[in-house]
Write a protein that binds this ligand. Structure first.
Ligand SMILES: [Zn+2]
Length: 251
């Protein structure tokens, strides 16, 4: 009998032996798990597109409770992240960036329904045509917030005083948050007013209602990268890969 049958999002996989793969799944019921998918590679791969990044699947998992590595039985594809044929390089990069973020922020074996629902909503919004750049920043903002790592947008992190309701925000690394003018000078980065408005909209809107504020998202990117690498104590691969692809394209 299966240890667990659950819905899951595929995060990534790596090769094992000649014909198998280890897949990392974000399961709805058990959080992040690793499972061996026998026969997932080779001339007649068993699971086909079910194991692509951010595919939504229903899986049966076998093995001992608490084992580091489970065994994948059935994997029924419920929803492919992007319909075949609409998959561009941008879409593929976006999906692998999202999967990497979710992987980095999800501890093994701890179910977090809000993270699962967030991931589904972001993937669906991307399919619906929302800007991948905005959605990337949205996912980062929420993963940071759900982990208690997002500094408040309305309070000074040093003195606790209220920040002016509008205008730019100055981040100060030493204070782990935005600081008022009295508590400056801040280390930076500074977020212009339109980026601040964008962040505020992230925290009150679903991902399919973000609009088109792409330039404002650009200033947020460096700020998020700072918060994320401080938390993970390493850089994520995805932004680097994207920069390398952009450089290749310019040659
Ligand atoms: Zn202050």
């Amino acid at each position: 009998m299966a240890l667990l049958t659950t819905e899951a999002l595929v995060l990534r996989g790596y090769k094992l032996g000649e014909t198998s793969k280890v897949v990392i799944l974000l399961t709805r019921d058990r959080g992040k798990v690793r499972a061996v998918a026998r026969g997932a590679r080779g001339v007649r791969p068993r699971y086909q597109s079910a194991l692509e990044p951010l595919s939504e699947v229903r899986v049966s998992l076998y093995g001992r409770q608490g084992a580091d590595l489970l065994r994948l039985g059935q994997a029924e594809l419920l929803h492919s992240a992007f319909r075949a044929g609409t998959r561009s390089l941008d879409a593929a990069l976006f999906l692998s960036g999202c999967a990497e973020l979710l992987d980095a922020f999800s501890p093994d074996g701890e179910a977090e329904d809000r993270v699962y629902r967030l991931a589904l909503a972001v993937v669906r919004a991307a399919e619906g045509g929302a800007s991948p750049e905005l959605l990337g920043r949205y996912l980062e903002a929420w993963l940071l917030k759900l982990n208690g790592l997002y500094p408040p947008l309305d309070r000074c992190a040093a003195c606790g005083g209220e920040l002016p309701a509008a205008g730019s925000l100055s981040y100060h690394r030493g204070a782990h948050g935005f600081v008022c003018r009295d508590c400056g000078p801040a280390s930076g980065p500074d977020l212009p007013p339109e980026s601040r408005r964008l962040l505020a909209s992230f925290f009150r809107s679903p991902p399919d209602a973000l609009g088109e504020a792409v330039p404002a998202a650009r200033a947020v990117e460096a700020f998020h990268r700072d918060l994320i690498s401080a938390h993970l104590e390493r850089d994520l691969r995805a932004p680097r890969v994207i920069r390398e692809v952009a450089r290749e394209a310019l040659r």
